[in-house]
Design a protein around this ligand. Structure first.
Ligand code: MG
Ligand code: ZN
Length: 356
């Protein structure tokens, strides 16, 4: 008995140092969260109003992403999304292609080609610039019907947001929902239906056009994200999920700090869902960043626990400053210091060991 115990202890003690020097772990899954228009002031506005805390703070690494586009010091969400998704600087307004109009494969498309499960969950129409950058290839972000049709050309497993009319009420007479059903997608028009579907392929078109803002949208973003994670997690090869807090940007265009806080806290709740899963799972990398900052927002004064703060906006548009990056999980150390917005695709490609 005593001999056996001694033997076990010897083995175990020998194992411990080996584990410590073993090769760095690669993630199996990636959850990439984009806060559209989310700079440091937007994050801090949410943090102050929330009593000096955010889920975001659970991330172990942080850095900055340089957001300028190919033709502009200040990017729009088309070029910004394309940089994050496809790893190329393009002209403002373009989706999923280089500045000379050549389509570039996105990290989501590459992951799908490598048999990972893929998904998109957004707080706007799924045809809007940021999600579009992950599935579509169009010269102009306003080509919503063309962008909707591009979803049919992918093998994406789950996508949830608004924009139903671009699938069903089209100038070309196609009904993309019927075409999606023929490709074995289950269609959900309500959040409850999304939550009831536990496996297979899913399209959630929850609003005719854009999703309403907070609080009218309710728990759409965090709950749809949780549903998507649970569905994609079934895939043995891993998954790539992009989630967007789409309307931080819109509140900043309106220079409305109270609304910025509402959208920021909704996005942070969603981040919490991703981090909870990643912590439990142990094989999931969570990366959080923005496509650009909006409003040139500064916070002059405030009170912890209150959404009443002295915030100043210097523009109704976007600003050109770098945006924060946060990461948690295996591979998180690759997202510290200053980086270009075009570096995310190659970093994730390597970490997920995707083959072209
Ligand atoms: Mg966006
Ligand atoms: Zn914007």
């Amino acid at each position: 008995m005593r001999k056996t115990l001694f033997f076990c202890l010897t083995i175990c003690l020998q194992c411990i140092p080996i584990q410590h020097v073993s090769a760095q772990k690669n993630p199996k899954n990636v959850i990439f969260l984009i806060g559209d228009g989310m700079g440091l002031s937007q994050i801090y506005a949410g943090m102050v109003a929330n009593g000096n805390k955010l889920n975001l703070e659970r991330c172990t690494y942080s850095g900055f992403s340089k957001t300028y586009s190919a033709n502009n010091f200040t990017t729009d969400s088309g070029a910004g999304g394309t940089a994050l998704a496809c790893g190329v600087k393009t002209n403002n307004g373009m989706i999923g292609m280089s500045s000379d109009s050549v389509a570039v494969q996105s990290i989501l498309e590459l992951a799908s080609q490598n048999k990972l499960a893929t998904g998109i969950v957004v707080a706007c129409a799924v045809t809007h610039a940021t999600p579009a950058s992950y599935v579509a290839h169009q010269v102009n972000r306003n080509m919503y019907e063309e962008i909707a049709a591009d979803y049919l050309k992918t093998d994406i497993d789950v996508f949830i947001g608004g924009g139903r009319k671009y699938f069903e009420d089209r100038t070309d007479g196609r009904n993309l929902t019927s075409e999606l059903k023929a490709k074995n997608y289950q269609i959900a028009y309500k959040l409850d239906s999304v939550k009831a579907i536990k496996s297979g392929k899913l399209v959630g078109l929850l609003y005719d056009d854009q999703n309403p803002n907070m609080p009218e949208r309710g728990n759409m973003l965090p709950e749809a994200t949780e549903s998507a994670i649970n569905m994609l997690h079934d895939n043995t090869k891993g998954f790539f999920l992009m989630v967007e807090g789409s309307q931080i940007d819109w509140a900043c265009h309106d220079n409305n700090s109270v609304q910025v806080i509402k959208e920021m806290l909704d996005f942070d709740e969603t981040i919490g869902k991703a981090l909870d899963f990643a912590k439990k799972d142990g094989n999931t990398l969570v990366v959080i960043t923005a496509d650009h900052e909006t409003g040139g927002m500064a916070i002059i004064d405030g009170k912890f626990g209150s959404d009443q703060m002295k915030a100043v906006f210097t523009t109704k548009g976007h600003s050109g400053i770098p945006v924060p990056v946060f990461a948690f999980g295996p591979g998180a150390e690759n997202f510290s210091g200053f980086m270009e917005n075009v570096s995310f695709k190659s970093k994730l490609e390597k970490l997920l060991k995707l083959k072209k």
